[in-house]
Design a protein around this ligand. Structure first.
Ligand SMILES: NC(=O)c1ccc[n+]([C@@H]2O[C@H](COP(=O)([O-])OP(=O)(O)OC[C@H]3O[C@@H](n4cnc5c(N)ncnc54)[C@H](O)[C@@H]3O)[C@@H](O)[C@H]2O)c1
Length: 253
């Protein structure tokens, strides 16, 4: 298969669902060898099974908050493909009904959110870097507008985890530019996936949210694919340490 990512190999976390699934699927269709990494083994297997045509995709069970599991996942891609060129640290949780304004936020909710979103991203970026040293590569993390502006009211742990991810992106980009390892963040706006089911099902909350989006509609996982392919490919060789917002204009107003 030939495509914009032919000859490249890598891993996408959170690939059993939503944005990660769409991105991993697109990477596979663009010719990359892709591990669909997720703690949901059956979901990752189903995502790979749903691919039409010949691809080099395969499911990989990994909990991103477990360092040994993350290290094993990168070793697996290296062993199969001989290189890791692309890593997307995308797995995340948003604990609706539990995340809260800081005065009301319970420590276990903070720890669980930070453990997956921030520590999981740190571990993924750490082992991506180790597997790319000497050869270079592209690391992409999934950030959020809630890490830039105060639009995630009541989501203290989630917003903080995403702001941390943006900081990690910039420092890692600066530290590894000389090694030709690029690190960028993609920041999707409100994107209808299982993560935000609570909003999708609440017509009033959904309408209020959509009224803040200049392009006038919710994002879909497919809306995020194009920028991810660009950043994973050699078309973006001069881009590093940057935040790429795909939010229908929400943070522009
Ligand atoms: N949907 C949105 O509106 C939106 C907006 C901005 C940013 N994001 C970010 O996009 C990313 C993907 O979210 P989504 O909307 O596709 O959500 P989703 O719930 O559809 O998918 C998240 C995936 O991550 C996996 N996951 C969760 N914890 C994991 C762990 N510990 N180890 C491995 N896998 C784990 C889940 O099993 C699931 O398959 C997240 O980082 C999220 O914060 C989403």
């Amino acid at each position: 298969m030939s495509g914009r990512l032919s000859g490249k190999s890598g891993l996408v976390t959170g690939a059993a669902s939503g944005i990660g699934r769409a991105v991993a699927t697109r990477f596979a269709r663009e010719g990359a060898l892709v591990a669909f990494a997720d703690r949901d083994r059956d979901g990752a297997a189903a995502a790979v099974a749903a691919l039409d045509g010949a691809t080099q995709a395969y499911p990989l069970e990994v909990d991103v908050s477990d360092e040994e599991a993350v290290a094993r996942a990168f070793a697996d891609v290296l062993e199969r493909a001989g290189s890791v060129d692309i890593a997307v640290a995308n797995a995340g949780v948003q604990l609706f009904g539990q995340d809260a304004p800081v005065g009301d936020l319970e420590l276990p909710v903070w720890q669980r959110t930070l453990g997956v979103n921030l520590t999981g991203t740190f571990l993924t970026v750490k082992h991506a870097v180790r597997s790319m040293i000497g050869r270079g590569g592209s690391i992409i993390v999934t950030g959020s507008p809630t890490g830039i502006v105060g639009g995630g009211r009541g989501f203290t742990a989630y917003s903080t985890s995403k702001a941390g991810i943006h900081g990690l992106t910039r420092v890692a980009a600066a530290d590894y530019a000389a090694a030709r390892i690029r690190v960028n963040a993609v920041i999707p706006g409100y994107t209808e996936t299982p993560l935000v089911q609570a909003i999708v099902e609440d017509q009033e909350a959904r309408s209020a949210l959509l009224s803040t989006v200049p392009l006038g509609r919710a994002g879909t996982p497919q809306d995020v694919e194009g920028i991810m392919v660009f950043l994973a490919s050699d078309e973006s060789l001069y881009a590093t340490g940057a935040l790429f917002v795909v939010d229908g204009g929400a943070t522009a107003v």
